[in-house]
Design a protein around this ligand. Sequence first.
Ligand code: HEC
Ligand code: HEC
Length: 235
Amino acid sequence: MAFSEFHLSSFQCAGCHEYRNAHGVPILSTYSEWEQYRQRGGDKECQHCHMPQVLANIVDPKVKRVRGAFVNLHAMPGGHARDQLVRALEMRIMEAHRTPRGLRVKIRLRNVGAGHAVPSGSPMRKVILRVEVVTESGRRVQQERIYQRVVLDKRGAAIRRDSLLFTEARAIARDTRLAPAEERVEEFLLPISVDENLTLTAALIYLYSPHERPETETRIEFLSEKKELFSRWVR
Ligand code: HEC
Ligand code: HEC
């Protein structure tokens, strides 16, 4: 038995979390995104965020009882874990004001807690920023921004299933994900110009749909902010 430095380094995860297919398309790029995170001042290895120390039995308690022992968590909480998602991004409604053309809204997002892009891993993973305004009389207007890598097949159509990705991907059409440490301001113009009290909500949703079937989908709303905007008229 010997101590293994390798098991403490991100390089241990690279073998599976970095992959280019036969056509040279980067399907998984979490490791190279992590290198970018390091260049931008990040100082943590994958294990620090995904395998934190937890209290556990290091020997079967029937054999020997060892109290207060720690082991590294092996559940690998990632995008399917709400507490991990909450740590990843920061969201703030910066501005919301009425204009003759509608409600102008500015939202700031920051990738503060992931050691790679958000989302990372399979390109079938998306994060959606949904902005919604509801009037007193019940009218509802919604707009979205989607953060995702869109991958194309040889006919130029977007691939929508994990099972086709590895063999069929030929090009990346666009990548709108939040890079490590990136800050982005999104602007919306919601076409509502009535002079009523309005409720504005901004929400972040994680969506992983590997097979294009709703029953196999993971959908987690993980952050939201609400703002009431009062009418100029006091009734
Ligand atoms: C032998 C291959 C292999 C190695 C090595 C490996 N992984 Fe994975 N990992 C996978 C596969 C396959 C998945 C599932 C596909 C996916 O979610 O992208 C996965 C998924 C994950 C997830 C996502 C879980 C979720 O919520 O979806 C995290 C986080 C993760 N791995 C972290 C790590 C870390 C950290 C290391 C290094 C200590 C590591 N992995 C090493 C194969 C591997
Ligand atoms: C500074 C903390 C941090 C570091 C370092 C880090 N991660 Fe993560 N990781 C997160 C957070 C937070 C999430 C959840 C947000 C997301 O899904 O992107 C996450 C999600 C993931 C996911 C799931 C992707 C998804 O969108 O569901 C995988 C896979 C993963 N990490 C692998 C890795 C690997 C491999 C490394 C090292 C090369 C690594 N992580 C380094 C914090 C970190």
